[in-house]
Design a protein around this ligand. Structure first.
Ligand SMILES: Cc1ncc(C[n+]2csc(CCOP(=O)(O)OP(=O)(O)O)c2C)c(N)n1
Length: 611
């Protein structure tokens, strides 16, 4: 079935194939991807769009000597398949299996770890400068999408590349999509560029042609390049990239393998920063994904989503629908997303209240300062964002929102471990960085009803910055007792071994109490500042454990410990390590790190025996 693909065990095997076999190989890769990813889940549409591009990169470059940095890294499945990981592909994104993103620890062909958007050009520039400092001779490239170009970091990098002229090959994979339709003025600019037949393209063809003429080719090529600036300034339209000092080649058809090989070879011959504008189709070759690329951006494993009796399918949907209800009565708040309206549950809100919804692109830093501007002008911004992507905005939250004590509501989705996406996507650091901020309040619901009530409070009653962190999925732990700021919930008040917890971990704590006696559970819907009521509950405790869906460093355990030391109370913490946390299902990850009910019960028993 995969006759040619099965012969590719390392990239150099590609170079033994003739043109017909290479074209056939692309077809086989597509059907391999569709077969595996529709069954096991993962990022399908983006990978179908880069089949020819990835094959071309491996034909033209000599990896791992030459380096290719993949932006975000969700589109590296083809690269993985061609670099010795085909037979392990069924383990992708599973416990102890292959990562869904590039990992230097996984393969010598992965030169830089990614997961968050818009980092590739900076990383590639660092690698290229290191190459030059060490006097090495190799090619360095970065592959990034038009979505990634909505992230500011890319411009910081291009600014540097164009100024210093470090030879580097930038490959813009333009499919006109982020996860949803791409947004922003630059996206419109790229659309115009996509439809031009530029000089740069014909120049590239001439250049390539000349370079193949024996002896004279190089000389003529150099002469023509010498005339380039003159020609360009007189006749040719400039591009944004060219004006910044990065030579522009394109647009080129990203599904024409041999055209891609040609243009990549030209870029290699140029010895200067060059950007190749590649036009691709997200989901290419698989009709459902071509028609609905946003749905097939990331898909669940077959049978992964089960029907539920609950009011919502997950916390994101709960947040989105509650915002719609609140918007009917309160006309003074708006919702903001950084390129993830569907992921954070704002799809319906964005249509129903299109004038009160802003998708700013993959620009979390801008989103936060934009919120600060809205808030200082009397509009309440609600920024719904994944915990791990909010990390980018540390200074904007501190400098622009918190120091001015502005009323900005942060909906921190995917807080805690997220599962298959792994270390770059776990939301394990938000309590640490948010609790650092002046005036910040942090809430953590342990059921949908509580999230509804918290949203109402945060938008309609609170003043100042406030974050509500909630997990991926739907873990319902406790019933709401009617949310009030600083009010705590106590389960089994007679118990003398106390578990302090919040959010989805309240569910684990309840299971622990079913496994052993004498457990009191204190659930904190308000986790920061730590409610005063907590301390009364610790009086007479034999043992106090904080159970936290967060890194142990800077998490709730550390916050409570530091306050408890003044009261001479010893606190033990069970949380995730501060080293990178693996991927797998959430329950596998919990178990791996001793955060499942059995392990927590065992740990409490050991601690009790020690004291
Ligand atoms: C900082 C950050 N915010 C959000 C995301 C979530 N995300 C993953 S892929 C993606 C879209 C990327 O679009 P593009 O770069 O064009 O790549 P494509 O999938 O279209 O190939 C987004 C928003 C992320 N990875 N990093």
């Amino acid at each position: 079935m995969y006759d040619i693909l099965e012969r590719i065990n390392q990239p150099s095997d590609l170079k033994t194939l003739d043109k017909k076999e290479l074209s056939e190989l692309c077809k086989e890769i597509r059907s391999f991807l569709v077969d595996k990813v529709t069954k096991n889940g993962g990022h399908l549409a983006s990978n179908l769009g880069v089949v020819e591009l990835t094959v071309a990169l491996h034909l033209v470059f000599d990896m791992p000597r030459d380096k290719v940095v993949w932006d975000v890294g969700h589109q590296t499945y083809v690269h993985k398949i061609l670099t010795g990981r085909r037979d392990a592909f069924d383990t992708l994104r599973t416990y102890k299996g292959l990562s869904g993103f590039p990992k230097t620890s996984e393969s010598i062909y992965d030169c830089f770890n990614t997961g968050h958007s818009s980092t590739s050009v900076s990383a590639a520039l660092g690698i290229a400068r290191a190459r030059d400092l060490k006097g090495e001779d190799s090619f360095v490239a970065a592959v990034f999408g038009d979505g990634a170009m909505t992230g500011g970091m890319i411009y910081e990098a291009i600014n540097d590349v164009g100024h210093n002229k470090t030879p580097l090959i930038l490959i813009l994979n333009d499919n006109e999509m982020s996860i949803s339709q791409n947004v922003g003025a630059l996206s419109k600019y790229l659309r115009r560029l996509r439809h031009t037949k530029t000089y740069h393209r014909s120049k590239a063809h001439i250049s390539s042609f000349l370079s193949h003429i024996p002896l004279m080719g190089g000389f003529l090529q150099a002469r023509i390049r010498g005339m380039k600036d003159l020609i360009k300034s007189r006749v040719l339209p400039s591009t944004f990239f060219g004006d910044l000092g990065v030579e522009y080649l394109g647009p080129v058809d990203g599904h024409n393998l041999f055209g891609l090989v040609n243009v990549l070879n030209i870029a290699k011959s140029m010895n200067e920063p060059v950007l190749i504008h590649v036009k691709t189709k997200k989901g290419k070759g698989y009709e459902p994904a071509e028609k609905n690329p946003h749905i097939f951006h990331g898909i669940s494993p077959q049978g992964g989503s089960s029907k539920t009796e609950l009011k919502y399918s997950d916390y994101s949907q709960c947040a989105g629908e509650t915002l719609i209800k609140l918007a009917q009565k309160n006309h003074d708040f708006v919702a903001i997303s950084a390129a993830m309206p569907l992921g954070v549950g704002l799809g319906t809100f964005s249509h129903k209240y299109s004038d009160r919804f802003f998708d700013v692109g993959i620009a979390e830093q801008h989103a936060v300062t934009f919120c600060a501007g809205l808030a200082i002008s009397g509009i309440t911004p609600v920024f719904a964002v994944y915990s791990s992507f909010l990390q980018r905005s540390y200074d904007q939250i501190l400098h622009d929102v918190c120091l001015q004590n502005l009323h900005v509501v942060f909906l921190v989705d995917r807080a805690g471990v997220v599962g298959a996406d792994g270390e770059t996507h776990h939301g394990l650091y938000d309590i640490a960085f948010l609790s650092d901020m002046p005036y910040m309040t942090i809430l953590s619901p342990s059921c949908y009803e509580e999230l509804e009530q918290m949203l109402e409070y945060a938008i309609n009653e609170h003043d100042g910055p406030i974050a509500i962190r909630y997990p991926r999925g739907s873990t319902q732990a406790t019933e709401s007792e009617g949310f009030e700021l600083n009010k705590i919930k106590v389960i089994n008040p007679e118990g003398r071994k106390v578990i302090i917890t919040h959010g989805r971990m309240a569910h684990t704590a309840i299971s622990v109490a079913e496994l052993m006696e004498n457990i009191k559970i204190v659930v904190l819907p308000t986790i920061y500042p730590v409610p005063d009521e907590l301390w009364d509950e610790l009086e007479g405790a034999e043992l106090t454990v904080v159970l936290d869906d967060h890194s142990i460093s800077g998490g709730l355990g550390m916050i409570i410990s530091s306050a408890a030391s003044a009261r001479d109370i010893q606190i033990h913490t069970i949380a995730f390590p501060s080293t990178p946390v693996i991927h797998g299902t959430v329950s596998q990850i919990d178990k791996h790190y001793g955060l499942d009910a059995q392990s927590v019960a065992q740990k409490i028993k050991e601690l009790a025996d020690e004291t």
